[in-house]
Write a protein that binds this ligand. Structure first.
Ligand code: CUA
Length: 262
């Protein structure tokens, strides 16, 4: 009886040893594979940063040499920017944030495969040593037009620096003045009728005033209208515009904006 007990307990010990050995080998192999993935294959675990203002707007930034930083914004159903062009040999630090739901961000043919979780900024780094058109796809189902959600990175020998399409329009100083001073309450920027004439395409045009005179909208006349609107009422409109005591600098910025507003 005693012998039998001793025999079975030594069998238990032998089994435990085998299990322990097996577990140790398994852990060692797992760690080895992680190390291989990290250093051997260059797969990086995406890092997550807390949300911060600098990432809420898509942007491109040049650092030293061919090092660039690109901030992508993901939203149903597209990315901003839509297309980034960089020279061959570039390294991109990529940051992605979502404006709405969870999206995916995978750059085909590279190690970048991120999960874009709302409320966080995900980050990865990628080096392009071959020219080509690298498709960016959203690989997380995010609604009806999920399959259309893509962008691209074009790596080319023929460009010297980074450029991008589909970045949000940075509001010009002139447009900001028009907004801040309340001009846009009466003057539209898109050609729609308003209390005052639309500003779209107005630069350089000949305008007829209620007194029958005609003036081309140039630097001088813009200044005249802004400072003395009561004397310069465009035909067909009411004399409602208040005089705006703007500085020369501000008028210049409005002029620059109007020139571009075609
Ligand atoms: Cu975004 Cu799918």
């Amino acid at each position: 009886m005693a012998n039998e007990l001793a025999g079975s307990s030594s069998r238990v010990v032998a089994t435990e040893k085998r299990v322990l050995l097996g577990a140790t080998v398994f852990i060692a192999v797992s760690l080895g594979l992680i190390a291989y993935a990290t250093w051997g294959l260059g797969i990086t675990v995406p890092t997550c940063l807390p949300p911060s203002k600098g990432f809420e707007q898509a942007s491109i930034t040049k650092h030293q040499g061919k090092n660039y930083e690109v901030h992508f914004v993901a939203r149903m159903w597209g990315f901003e920017p839509t297309r980034v062009r960089v020279p061959t040999g570039s390294t991109l630090d990529i940051y992605v944030m979502s404006k709405d739901v969870q999206h995916g961000f995978q750059i085909a043919g590279t190690n970048i495969n991120l999960m874009v979780v709302p409320g966080a900024i995900v980050n990865g780094s990628v080096h392009f040593d071959k020219p080509g058109n690298y498709l960016i796809v959203c690989h997380e189902y995010c609604g009806a037009a999920h399959q259309n959600m893509n962008a691209a990175i074009e790596v080319s020998d023929h460009v010297a620096d980074i450029s991008a399409e589909g970045l949000p329009e940075t509001a010009s100083a002139g447009k900001k003045i028009l907004e801040d001073k309340g001009c846009l309450a009466c003057h539209s920027l898109d050609g729609n009728a308003g209390i005052g004439p639309t500003l779209k395409g107005i630069w350089g045009k000949s305008v007829e005033l209620t007194d029958g005179s005609r003036h081309a909208l140039n630097e001088e006349f813009l200044r005249e209208i802004i400072l003395h609107p009561e004397k310069n009422v465009v035909k067909g409109y009411q004399p409602l515009m208040p005089a705006l005591p703007l500085s020369d600098e501000e008028i210049k910025q409005i002029e620059e904006y109007l020139r571009e507003l075609k």
